[in-house]
Every structure is written in structure tokens, then in C-alpha cells.
Design a binder for this molecule. Structure first.
Ligand code: PEP
Ligand code: MG
Length: 321
């Protein structure tokens, strides 16, 4: 099966009825960037930057980050790099003193960055400077309300001004996207979409927060269910908001890389998936074998169901088509 999947590498991810799907890769470590072209992906949909803290007490300064990001862009030779700003939190990072004290409902991700503005400044300036060398998109994690988007935009404008004065080049039109991974952001995704260039759904956290179920606690893993109707309704809302505002919606949580959910997501209208490189060709094989015009009405009926078990049954039928 591996060998036959490999043959799909250079084939476009187009459904039977001609819908083009973008398949991107999630990258946790710069050393893994070679996998992007290796599986024929169209870019990096999620470049996690928590590695910056690995085996050290402080973040690298602006200059070092700039060099790391520039090297990443060079390695991608023209493919887009979606650089997610620092997402420190309970389940992230290796800097025990910093991260162990951050609860999932605490000062994590963009909240932390907006408080530690010096640290955020170094990262945003480094990312801006790197954007002079290739297609970079910024992605802001853990947004919970529109005010955070305005704050980040304000900081970006200030750093752009600084760089202009210093004569350092950057892309003034750098796209800025937001992660939708908190119920409040999903419920208000239309207002977020109207102030962002793209949305990316982080299902790992969205499921955790919607279902009040710790994503790393094995004792409640039976409750951690992507097919819970509450989760599906939020996903439908987010995709709807994107369509209404003409803003692209991607998904970079684990759900996007699980072949069990590929047809469900296609039927809901998702057209950009980002996942670990190892999952990409199998997901592509399902996309190629799917006729969305035949799936769509079944998915819509599935979305009206209330019982996760019934939903799972309906999905199994769709996946067998
Ligand atoms: C997510 O929450 O789905 C996500 C992609 O971000 P992370 O797994 O890094 O929290
Ligand atoms: Mg997350």
C-alpha cells in the first residue's frame, strides 16, 4: 500500500468532480522541512515555533530567529510557510519552569505574547524580515476575541514602521491568519474572519475546550470525540463564516490528517488540509476517490444527528461509498 501511495506524490489532490484541495504539512522542527516536497505538499500549513525554547531557558533573539525562519523559507523554495507565533501552554514546550505553570485556561499562546511584548516583538520582527525572502503567512494561536486581533495588528504596524526606518525589507502585505481553536472564536468566527486574511481550525484544542476534556488526560479520552455533534456544529459555523466573508478556512488539527474524517470534511466544504507529512498521501488517495457532489447531501443529513454513535455509523456508510 505504501508503494502505491507513493505514486500519488505528484498527482494533484482533486476530487472526482473536480474540486481542487490544498494539502499542507504541519512542521514541529525545522529539520523536518524536507518532508514537505518529499510528499508533494503545497506548503507548510502550520509551522509550530515552540521548538525555539527547546533545551534552553530563553527564546533566541530576533537575529537568530530571523536566520532560522529565512533558512526555512529557502528550503521551501517558493512554497508558503505558515508561521505560527509562540504557543506556550500546559501541553507544549520543554521549558519546564515556564510551561508547567501555564494552565490550559491560563496565560498561554497569544495571551502570553501580548503580555510579554518584548518576546513577541522579537518573533514578529524576525518573521517580518523573513517575509522579504519568500511567501510567509502569520498565524496567531488561541484567539478568544476580536480585540486580540486588533492588538496584534497594532503591534505589527508598529514593527513595520520600525523596520522601514531601519531600512530592513519585509512584505508589507504579509497575510495574517487566526487559529480557531476556542469555542468563543468559533462562535464569533464571522467577525474574526472579517479582520483576518485566513482562518485555520485547530481541532486539537477546539475539541478539548468545547467538550471540557483535557486532550492529554487518558482518563477522559473516551469523551474526546471529533464526531461529537457540538464539535461538528462549530466546524460548520466556521466554514460558513469563511464562505460568507470570502476568507479561506484551513484545518491544521489532527482531525485534518485522519483519513476517517476526510470525506466528512470534504462534504462540509473544507478545501485546505494541513497535517503531519506521514498522513498526507493516504488522505490524498481518499480525496481522489471522492465525489463531493455525491457526499454533500449525506454529510448534511449526518450533521443533523444528535447521537455520536449514529453519526459514526452514518460516516462509515459515507466512507464506504
Ligand atoms: C490544534 O490545537 O489543533 C493545533 C493545531 O495546535 P496545537 O496542536 O499545536 O495546539
Ligand atoms: Mg492548539
Amino acid at each position: 500500500a505504501r508503494a502505491s501511495l507513493k505514486k500519488l506524490k505528484d498527482q494533484p489532490a482533486t476530487t472526482r468532480d473536480g474540486i481542487e484541495i490544498a494539502l499542507h504539512v504541519n512542521i514541529d522542527l525545522p529539520g523536518d522541512l524536507g518532508q514537505v516536497r518529499g510528499v508533494g505538499a503545497s506548503g507548510v500549513g502550520l509551522f509550530r515555533t515552540e521548538f525555539l525554547y527547546m533545551n534552553r531557558r530563553a527564546l533566541p533573539d530576533e537575529e537568530e530567529q530571523y536566520r532560522i525562519y529565512r533558512r526555512a523559507i529557502k528550503r521551501l523554495r517558493g512554497l508558503p510557510l505558515t508561521l505560527r507565533t509562540l504557543d506556550l501552554g500546559a501541553d507544549k514546550g520543554t521549558q519546564a519552569e515556564i510551561t508547567s505553570s501555564i494552565s490550559p485556561l491560563g496565560l498561554r499562546a497569544v495571551r502570553f505574547c501580548l503580555k510579554e511584548v518584548d518576546l513577541f516583538r522579537a518573533q514578529l520582527r524576525a518573521a517580518l524580515r523573513a517575509s522579504a525572502h519568500g511567501p510567509v503567512r502569520l498565524l496567531i494561536p488561541m484567539l478568544t476575541h476580536i480585540g486580540e486581533v486588533h492588538q496584534v495588528r497594532g503591534l505589527l504596524a508598529r514593527y513595520m514602521e520600525e523596520l522601514t526606518h531601519e531600512g530592513k525589507p519585509f512584505n508589507a502585505k504579509i497575510p495574517m491568519g487566526g487559529m480557531i481553536e476556542v469555542p468563543s472564536a468559533a462562535l464569533c468566527s464571522e467577525s474574526l474572519a472579517s479582520h483576518l486574511d485566513f482562518l485555520s481550525v485547530g481541532t486539537n484544542d477546539l475539541i478539548q475546550y468545547t467538550l471540557a476534556t483535557d486532550r492529554i488526560d487518558a482518563a477522559v479520552s473516551h469523551l474526546y470525540d471529533p464526531l461529537n455533534p457540538a464539535v461538528l456544529r462549530l466546524l460548520a459555523m466556521i466554514l460558513d463564516a469563511g464562505r460568507r466573508r470570502g476568507v479561506p478556512v484551513a484545518m491544521c488539527g489532527e482531525m485534518a490528517g485522519d483519513p476517517l474524517f476526510t470525506r466528512l470534511l470534504l462534504g462540509m466544504g473544507l478545501s485546505e488540509f494541513s497535517m503531519p507529512a506521514g498522513a498526507l498521501l493516504e488522505v490524498k488517495s481518499i480525496i481522489i476517490s471522492s465525489d463531493v457532489s455525491k457526499i454533500r447531501h449525506r454529510v448534511h443529513r449526518l450533521l443533523k444527528k444528535h447521537d455520536p454513535l449514529e453519526i459514526a455509523d452514518a460516516l462509515e456508510t459515507i466512507n464506504r461509498l
